[in-house]
Design a protein around this ligand. Structure first.
Ligand code: SAM
Length: 205
């Protein structure tokens, strides 16, 4: 089956959005994970890991991280494996996460949630996969204003079907499973859409 991300894989690291969107997101994730530097080993999952740029930077920066990269694009995974040969990789669609019998301290998803077909179902799966005091870091371009929606309509032309949730839509989506602990907004240039990075923790059951 055609997967647009296989098409982008070998061009991905050189895309112009790296500078103002993808790289600043990675920097922020590295910054927040610094709070965990002195902890024992952390089991981390990078959902929609793409070419594994974040995995590479995290493994270099943190010695206490045991990370798994997951993506449904064979080409993206191929590049990530080459970059991060000692890291475990899974080629699978997030819609099949219920078959993954693993628990993680930290789950990261940067710039891939807008492309999930049933995001609420995915967060339901993630609820089961996140340890009791674990955290999810969810970063995505957010269609929070008419201006953002307008810019993102052009992005969609390059990615195919996508839904960039507003702050309200995202909070509603996750509300049965997670509370928002923190929200960081990244906007490096006015012509870039608003990037929202949510820190999520499990709702108390
Ligand atoms: C824009 S890229 C983001 C890559 C990387 N996380 C980053 O921040 O640069 C989106 C990634 O999500 C992956 N993806 C999208 N939908 C997916 C799904 N349903 N299951 C697994 N991976 C998915 C794509 O293959 C692609 O590698």
């Amino acid at each position: 089956m055609f997967n647009i991300w296989n098409f982008w894989a070998d061009k991905y690291d050189k895309l112009w959005v790296q500078k103002y969107s993808l790289k600043p997101t990675r920097h922020y994730i590295i910054k927040v994970l610094s709070n965990y530097k002195n902890k024992d080993e952390l089991k981390v999952l990078d959902l929609g890991c793409g070419t594994g740029e974040l995995i590479g930077e995290l493994t270099k920066e943190f010695k206490n991280i045991k990370i798994t990269g997951l993506d449904f694009s064979e080409k993206m995974i191929q590049i990530s494996k080459k970059r991060n040969p000692s890291v475990k990789h899974l080629i699978m669609d997030v819609s099949e996460l219920n078959f993954l019998d693993e628990e993680y301290d930290i789950i990261i998803s940067t710039h891939s949630i807008p492309y999930y077909k049933e995001p609420q179902l995915i967060f339901k799966h993630l609820y089961k996969m996140l340890k009791y005091d674990g955290r999810i870091f969810a970063a995505f371009a957010s269609g929070d204003s008419i201006y953002d929606k307008f810019i993102l309509s052009f992005v969609k032309l390059t990615t195919g079907r996508a839904n960039y949730p507003s702050d309200y839509e995202f909070r509603l989506l996750i509300s049965p499973f997670f509370d928002v602990e923190n929200l960081e907004i990244i906007r490096k240039k006015c012509f870039m859409p608003r990037i929202a990075v949510y820190t999520l923790k499990k709702v108390k059951s």
